[in-house]
Design a protein around this ligand. Structure first.
Ligand SMILES: *[C@@H]1O[C@H](CO)[C@@H](O)[C@H](O)[C@H]1NC(C)=O
Ligand SMILES: *[C@@H]1O[C@H](CO)[C@@H](O)[C@H](O)[C@H]1NC(C)=O
Ligand SMILES: *[C@@H]1O[C@H](CO)[C@@H](O)[C@H](O)[C@H]1NC(C)=O
Length: 607
């Protein structure tokens, strides 16, 4: 045991060098025990659902590398591939926009993002739903990212509608066929989006089931006979769309390896649909760089996956480099582009200092450490105020999915506002709803598919995306993680953090401890578990209620996003209110009201 522990500590010592890159102001990374990458003939790095986090996580040490560091990393990994005579491809599966000040804070949105993002040489890239909600975002995708990746962008089931002519044409090529640089592996790649229906009018998403019956697709899967099919998509790897594509390809290609790169559900996940196929999803918010390798050549292909924490120390580890040898000239340039953009956007402007951490799902709800309890008890009562109706008792209902990230102890900045609540949510209301009707709404919204017909109203869309598709990989289990030592043996770690005998093993940082269909050894960094608590679809604050008795009527205030569900719940509760009764409650967006609250209630100076 002692020698194994020593080896693990040795690996940590090797990682203890100070980081030189990442964004100014980012917290210093901490070294943790690592699992290595296994190279194959064909290797991939994968990002998905980065949502504007290209500056990295300035408040979380284990994800604080930035897009410039990823540029350096990819350069070194391509060199390593060349040295071994194997191939490396970079994949991105969409939702690159919305959710971080670096994208959202500029006018127009994405003023800096497009040029920063394009610095990475991504070999296969497709579209997510967030590129398509706003017509202007889809226009920019069409005008910037598609031409920036002219030969690499794939849109198998997505069309763009020209605003001038009204003409509909493929957003990008339907598929891509190419040979890899070193092994000359013949690849056919597709790029899909799940059956999304919330897009603006300037795009058309064709259902996957229909696309795979089209002549062009059938011709490719029947006649192309590549060495490998690579299917990338803004699709969860457990979702039906990928399974349908898999079947359609496999039907005519019984032995060809098929690899899938998915996203959308914001989880680390991997599975295989049969022994010659493999699928990986690489998390969210640029916390994760997915790694997949395929060993071809022998009769049966073998597959390997890793979820690489976007931690500069881990990137050093996987490249065998250090703070002075790792950053490339191009990577440094991208890091300074990002720093310049963040400074111009004044993203570090402090509204107030959070006195402690407030969690979305790491604390139960209700709880003093829950962000939703903070909203229900303190923020909503203070901001849901219409001066003309300040005395009217009201119920304020918010969907938990309106919050997208935790609040960490310390600076709550202009950037944090976009991170925590990226949507331009506003508050609507229906005046004077009988309380006996209004009081039933929350329960109905939270009963979801049990009382309501899920097919009629997609209730789950009100919750956070991590909860929208139930996955075992997000339900973290309370058990000590295991780490492979350098001999490839599983070494259980006795302790993780604190306690008298903490010297038995390294102190682990809380982070991903993923369990997927392949096993529980996917994460590159060995972390302590994070608790995951399920939260309801919606929360509710009672405001200005009389002390003695129940009110006769209340103003029913709610986030505009959930209006269809609220109206439906009112109807089920016996109300006669319709969309015609809905009015705007206050003119400001929720994000503005929230940051004003922080300004008033939290100290400006952080310790
Ligand atoms: C990084 O590695 C190089 C070459 O091995 C060495 O010369 C240099 O001192 C190291 N730098 C740091 C900061 O550890
Ligand atoms: C990095 O930036 C410098 C200064 O703008 C420029 O001269 C150089 O060509 C850039 N290098 C790369 C690899 O992008
Ligand atoms: C709705 O119901 C209320 C009583 O709950 C009644 O006063 C009102 O007239 C009704 N409105 C309509 C349009 O039926």
């Amino acid at each position: 045991m002692a020698s194994k522990a020593a080896r693990i500590c040795g690996a940590i010592a090797a990682l203890a060098a100070l980081a030189a890159a990442a964004q100014p102001g980012a917290v210093k990374p901490v070294a943790v025990p690592m699992r290595d990458l296994k190279w194959g003939t064909l290797n991939f790095l994968h990002t998905t659902d980065t949502h504007g986090w290209h500056a990295g996580h300035l408040q979380e040490s284990q994800y604080s590398a930035d897009w410039g560091d990823y540029v350096s990393f990819a350069e070194h990994m391509r060199r390593k591939a060349d040295e071994q005579g194997v191939d490396l491809l970079l994949v991105d599966t969409g939702d690159r926009v919305e959710g971080n000040g670096l994208y959202d804070a500029s006018t127009p949105k994405g003023k800096y993002y497009y040029d920063i993002y394009r610095q990475q040489n991504v070999d296969i890239i497709c579209t997510g739903n967030h590129e398509l909600y706003q017509a202007s975002t889809a226009d920019q995708e069409h005008l910037q990212t598609v031409p920036n990746f002219r030969n690499n962008y794939i849109a198998s089931n997505l069309d763009y509608v020209d605003p001038k002519t009204g003409e509909r044409s493929p957003m990008a090529q339907r598929y891509r066929r190419f040979k890899t640089k070193n092994q000359r592996i013949d690849i056919v790649a597709f790029g899909f989006l799940f059956d999304f229906t919330g897009n603006a009018k300037n795009t058309v998403v064709q259902p996957v089931k229909k696309t795979i019956q089209e002549d062009w697709f059938q011709k490719v899967v029947r006649e192309s006979r590549p060495d490998v099919f690579v299917v990338i998509g803004h699709v969860g790897v457990q979702m039906q769309e990928f399974k349908d594509i898999f079947r359609a390809i496999r039907l005519h290609n019984p032995n060809t390896p098929i690899v899938f790169f998915g996203g959308h559900v914001h989880v680390r996940d991997a599975t295989s649909y049969d022994s010659r196929s493999f699928a990986i999803a690489s998390g969210r918010y640029f916390e994760t760089i997915g790694w997949m390798s395929v060993e071809l050549g022998s009769d049966a292909p073998s597959f390997h996956r890793r979820y690489i924490d976007n931690n500069i120390l881990g990137l050093y580890h996987h490249t065998g480099l250090n703070a002075s040898t790792f950053p490339t000239e191009h990577g440094r340039n991208v890091t300074s582009m990002i720093a310049k953009a963040r400074a111009e956007l004044d993203l570090d402007y402090i509204y107030g200092c959070a006195p402690k951490d407030y969690w979305m799902t790491r604390a139960p709800y209700p709880h003093e450490n829950s962000i939703y309890s903070l909203l229900e008890k303190q923020i909503l009562p203070a901001i849901v105020v219409n001066p003309k109706r300040a005395q009217v008792p009201r119920l304020a209902i918010m969907n938990t999915g309106a919050i997208r990230f935790d609040i960490f102890k310390g600076a709550f900045t202009r950037d944090t506002t976009f991170i925590v609540s990226p949507f331009l949510s506003v508050l609507n209301y229906i005046p004077d709803v009988p309380y006996r009707v209004a009081r039933k709404v929350l329960g109905l919204l939270n009963s979801g598919g049990q009382i309501m017909d899920e097919d009629f109203v997609p209730w789950h869309l009100m919750a956070i995306p991590e909860q929208q598709v139930p996955r075992k990989s997000v339900i973290y289990e309370k058990k000590p993680p295991k780490v492979s030592d350098s001999m490839g043996q599983q070494v259980p770690l006795g302790r993780f953090g604190g306690g008298d005998d903490a010297h038995d093993g390294p102190v682990l940082i809380e982070g991903y401890t993923t369990k997927d269909d392949i096993g529980d050894d996917g994460d590159d960094a060995v972390h302590a578990n994070i608790d995951f608590h399920v939260v309801p679809n919606c929360i509710q604050a009672e405001i200005a209620f009389p002390k003695e008795k129940e009110p006769e009527t209340v103003d029913l205030v709610f986030f505009d996003f959930i209006q269809p569900w609220v109206l439906f719940a009112l109807k089920v509760s016996g109300g006669n209110q319709t969309a015609a009764d809905v009015k705007s409650y206050v003119p400001d967006t929720f994000s503005d009201l929230m940051s004003e609250w922080m300004k008033k209630n939290w100290p400006r100076k952080c310790d």
